[in-house]
Design a protein around this ligand. Structure first.
Ligand SMILES: [Zn+2]
Ligand SMILES: [Zn+2]
Length: 398
């Protein structure tokens, strides 16, 4: 009996031909998606060529130079598209934490696609899988199971992770327009790149004072911005399970990090999110900055989205309870720290020295004031006595 020929055992030209079609049609799977998903993890180099080009394109800055406008556009496109990833792909398509109309949903899918992180359904399928299997061997991007680099970038290059499992996102797959966008997931990124080039060409012609061009804006606004966006987002897969504080004892190693919350517009409150994924906000308190939530709140005022889901009172109570215990544990830890290294050992003598110095200074001031008072009193009485003994000339005459 002969075994079916695996994709990896096929001649390289066939693999390359299949990968070329997949660049434009991500549902093209000659062996079937099930078989692809069953393969062991292995980088599919031909399939990853566009991804490599995306990174290599950043080197274009050597030739195109820079301008304040190009750098500003890079930042703006980073923020607008990070919002698309976090507020749309994550908080809408993956978790449905708010509502919108069917037209609004399509608009959100278009906006999300500009992030160049494949289709909304592929993204949601993988993300839901991550929540089901966080940090266990099934998790496609756990830094604890697969190591940092695989969780950060490797998993996205693995052949088995390319197909979308539509059966796991049935609530989204029932909309043919979403499936179409998901299937041809490079169309929107290509249109974005063309629009950026066109804008640069127009500005070079009509606003030469900006010192930009189509090529410069393509390198900065598309390649640099999209690469930064990819790595910023990937930090949640890698760093947010390694760096930060764990408020909730979730079954994984998710963490809350202020730094990641800034880089990813609120996604850094990842431990909060793993504890309760169904609310719109991930920063549970006002000091847990969550820019995506503020943006979604603003969008709800326009009527595009509605029914933003709040954090349940029970979860907030659990958070308060956990924070209270963390404070007590921190105090107990400080008390049990070796005396040589105890911060209290430094604090107490310093505080005592400050207190003694203050008291001494106050005493000195008080006695100085008292002496001055006594001196003034003595001088006044002396002057008074002297005036009595030696009356002025005028008064003697009178
Ligand atoms: Zn996670
Ligand atoms: Zn999530």
């Amino acid at each position: 009996m002969s075994e079916p020929v695996s994709a990896l055992a096929k001649p390289s030209y066939q693999r390359f031909a299949a990968a070329f079609v997949q660049w434009f049609d991500s549902d093209h799977t000659p062996d079937g998606p099930e078989k692809m998903r069953a393969e062991p993890d292995r980088v599919d180099w031909p399939r990853c060529i566009p991804f490599i080009i995306l990174h290599a394109g950043c080197l274009g800055v050597i030739w195109v130079g820079w301008s304040p406008f190009a750098v500003g556009l890079t930042f703006a496109l980073y923020v607008v598209r990070m919002f698309a990833v976090t507020g749309i792909y994550h908080r809408y398509f993956s978790h449905r934490t708010y509502s919108t109309s069917r037209g609004g949903q399509f608009f959100l899918a278009l906006w999300g696609a500009t992030a160049v992180q494949r289709g909304a359904l592929w993204w949601a399928y993988h993300h839901r899988h991550h929540h089901q299997h966080s940090d266990d061997p099934e998790d496609a991007h756990s830094p604890h199971v697969h190591g940092f680099w695989w969780s950060h970038i490797g998993w996205i290059t693995s052949r088995r992770n390319f197909p979308t499992d539509y059966s796991k996102v049935k609530d989204l797959a029932k909309f043919p327009e979403l499936v179409l966008l998901n299937r041809f997931d490079t169309v929107i990124p290509i249109l974005l790149a063309v629009a950026i080039i066109g804008a640069g060409q127009l500005l070079a012609h009509y606003a030469p004072g900006l010192h930009t061009s189509g090529a410069q804006l393509l390198v900065w606004g598309f390649f640099v911005s999209t690469t930064a966006l990819f790595h910023g987002t990937s930090c949640i897969n890698s760093m947010a399970h390694l760096m930060g504080r764990r408020r909730f004892k979730t079954g994984d190693d998710s963490r809350n990090s202020f730094i990641l919350a800034i880089i990813c517009l609120g996604e850094g409150w990842h431990n909060n999110h793993h504890r309760y994924m169904h609310c719109t906000r991930q920063g549970f308190y006002w000091w847990e900055i969550d820019l995506t939530y503020y943006g979604l709140k603003a969008l709800s005022w326009t009527g595009l989205i509605s029914n933003l889901k709040p954090v349940p009172a029970a979860i907030l109570a659990e958070a308060a309870h956990a924070d209270h215990h963390a404070t007590i544990a921190a105090a107990a830890h400080a008390a049990h720290t070796h005396p040589e290294f105890s911060p209290l050992k430094k604090v107490f003598p310093t505080a005592a020295a400050i207190a003694v110095a203050t008291a001494t200074a106050a005493q000195a001031t008080m006695s100085k004031n008292a002496d001055e008072l006594a001196t003034r009193k003595d001088v006044a009485s002396l002057m008074h006595d002297s005036a009595k003994q030696n009356p002025p000339v005028g008064s003697q005459a009178s």
